[in-house]
Ligand binder design. Structure first.
Ligand SMILES: Nc1nc2c(ncn2[C@@H]2O[C@H](COP(=O)(O)OP(=O)(O)OP(=O)(O)O)[C@@H](O)[C@H]2O)c(=O)[nH]1
Ligand SMILES: [Mg+2]
Length: 226
């Protein structure tokens, strides 16, 4: 009995979340804003990825919503680079949800369209369960986390539309088995492109940014110009 009630409550929460996420997505699309849900474990390199991607986003405006349980360290670092960033603190919640994005998006002005990166809470589990109005989910994972992560945390890998395999500059120091990683990933997700990147050297980010920019163009009317 308890289990049945719990499933009902969870379904209601997910239904309400998905309804708000669909509204956000429609609103962003109307504004020519391509929303990217950036997921990954704590310290995987999400904020470093944003710094490089925004730098490589040539000619496209970028906006950031930063999700953290506490602190505005990442937002301050991005603002210092001139990025239009807004902080959400969840004070305990382990993921962002659509109502949080709905409320915070009002604090950014999207006059010219572009790409909105939403850095989710550092967590390889819960963020993958909640849509937040994004057009794509971007997963940052790093070689320091180990090559077995697709096997242990399948949902994030299954749902990702693009994967950045980060910290590749550290590969010489590790025994990361790239074939094992790819085998686990491809069993869950046949299509998502994988970009091997380094937040230290910037390697791989030009190609990753070009892929995102090409996807962003797809939501635009054919009559619009970037
Ligand atoms: N060597 C190396 N260090 C990296 C790389 N990318 C990020 N780092 C470092 O890893 C640490 C965490 O990077 P962040 O970008 O803050 O990671 P994050 O995923 O945003 O972390 P949270 O927001 O706390 O979840 C920082 O000290 C970065 O300088 C990389 O490619 N190579
Ligand atoms: Mg961060």
């Amino acid at each position: 009995m308890h289990d049945v009630r719990r499933i009902d409550v969870m379904e209601n929460i997910h239904d309400e979340n998905d309804r708000i996420a669909a509204d956000i997505n429609a609103d962003m699309t109307k504004k020519n804003v391509f929303a990217v849900n950036v997921m990954g474990a704590p310290g995987a390199g999400k904020t470093s990825a944003l710094k490089w991607l925004i730098r490589e986003m040539k000619g496209l405006n970028s906006y950031v919503i930063e999700g953290d349980i506490e602190s505005d360290i990442d937002t301050r670092a991005l603002r210092a680079l001139g990025v239009n960033a807004f902080q959400i603190n969840t004070f305990g919640a382990c993921h962002l949800d659509a109502p949080m994005i709905h409320d915070s998006a009002r604090n950014l002005s999207f006059d010219e369209g572009g790409v909105l990166f939403i850095e989710n809470i550092g967590n390889l589990v819960c963020p993958a369960e909640f849509n937040i109005g994004e057009h794509i989910k971007l997963l940052v994972c790093s070689v320091t986390e180990g090559c077995d992560k697709p096997y242990k945390y399948p949902l994030a890998f299954e749902k990702a539309d693009i994967i950045l395999l980060n910290k590749t500059d550290l590969l010489p120091l590790l025994d990361f088995d790239g074939d094992f990683f790819m085998k686990g990933l491809r069993a869950l997700n046949k299509d998502a492109p994988v970009f091997r990147v380094s937040g230290k050297t910037g390697e791989g980010y030009e190609a990753a940014a070009a892929w995102i920019a090409a996807e962003a163009k797809k939501i635009r009317s054919p009559l619009d110009n970037f």
